[in-house]
Design a protein around this ligand. Structure first.
Ligand SMILES: C[S@@+](CC[C@H](N)C(=O)[O-])C[C@H]1O[C@@H](n2cnc3c(N)ncnc32)[C@H](O)[C@@H]1O
Length: 262
């Protein structure tokens, strides 16, 4: 037991762990009995960790790594990119606007590379569920592989479907999150899929798409409609020379949201 009486954290077989060493890239590894391939030509055997608490140290390829539970940043850093992925700042705001919470049931489209899927699966926790749609099988396969590498496959269902043409065919979801070119074409079926109180959140790169999406949210009868953009500016912190970074990610996308109340 821990000090607050919670059950002690122990590694389970199949979980993804993060290997951390100062100044080295994070290495994500699924826990298994026996050697697991890492990258092109390396392998590691962490089988002895199964059942042990996180935080042990391991010597691997001449470096001492600490074995820790991966953060969402670690998991998103491990995504192999096919389709353009949402940035962490936008993924987090989409989770907020989309009302994504532990135990939630989320419908997402499109899956793309699965970066947003990973963030959603992380947020709903072990008792939640994400169903992600994409009309392209190659993107679904890429997303499935990335979600599996993150150790979150048990929380996600992958569906090949054109949701602009055929709609979202799930029901009773608490959130719908859309990152595809025509979110307005999905909103009627999104509303039907949502429980009362459920949220929809959308991500589009242009003002034109945002305007059309917000008009469609209003026309579809959503409440609490809003639109926004997230800016993130890194700061260089020095001794007496703290200042904003000269570079900033100029533009990523615009977010819109609504809620099914009536
Ligand atoms: C920009 S990517 C999504 C990236 C994803 N959010 C991520 O973080 O990795 C857009 C995806 O939407 C899919 N898509 C576009 N129109 C669609 C539609 N009508 N139905 C289903 N998927 C669609 C595309 O195939 C593509 O994979």
């Amino acid at each position: 037991m821990t000090v607050d009486g919670a059950r002690e954290d122990r590694w389970e077989e199949g979980e993804t762990v993060a290997l951390k060493a100062r100044g080295r890239p994070t290495v994500l590894v699924p826990l298994a009995h026996g050697p697991v391939r890492v990258g092109e030509d390396a392998a590691i055997d962490l089988g002895a960790q199964i059942g042990a608490p996180p935080g042990a140290a391991v010597e691997w390829l001449g470096t001492r790594y600490r074995i820790v539970r991966p953060s969402l940043a670690d998991l998103l850093g491990g995504v192999r990119r096919g389709a353009q992925i949402v940035t962490p700042k936008d993924a987090l705001e989409l989770m907020f606007l989309g009302g994504v919470a532990p135990g939630g049931r989320v419908a997402e489209a499109g899956a793309g590379s699965g970066a947003l899927t990973i963030a959603l699966a992380f947020a709903v926790g072990p008792h939640g569920r994400v169903t992600t749609f994409d009309r392209r099988r190659d993107f679904l396969d890429a997303a499935r592989a990335n979600v599996a590498r993150a150790g979150l496959a048990a929380r996600v269902a992958f569906r090949e479907r054109d949701v602009a043409r055929d709609g979202i065919d799930v029901s009773g979801v608490t959130s719908v999150v859309l990152d595809l070119p025509e979110p307005w074409a999905v909103l009627d079926s999104a509303r039907a899929a949502l429980v009362p109180g459920g949220h929809v959140a959308t991500y589009t790169p242009t003002y034109n798409q945002l305007e059309r999406t917000v008009q469609a949210l209003r026309a579809a009868g959503f409440d609490e409609v809003r639109a926004l953009e997230v800016w993130e500016r890194a700061l260089h912190v020095g001794d007496g020379g703290t200042r904003p970074s000269f570079e900033m990610l100029g533009h990523t996308g615009f977010l819109a949201a609504g809620r099914r109340i009536d």
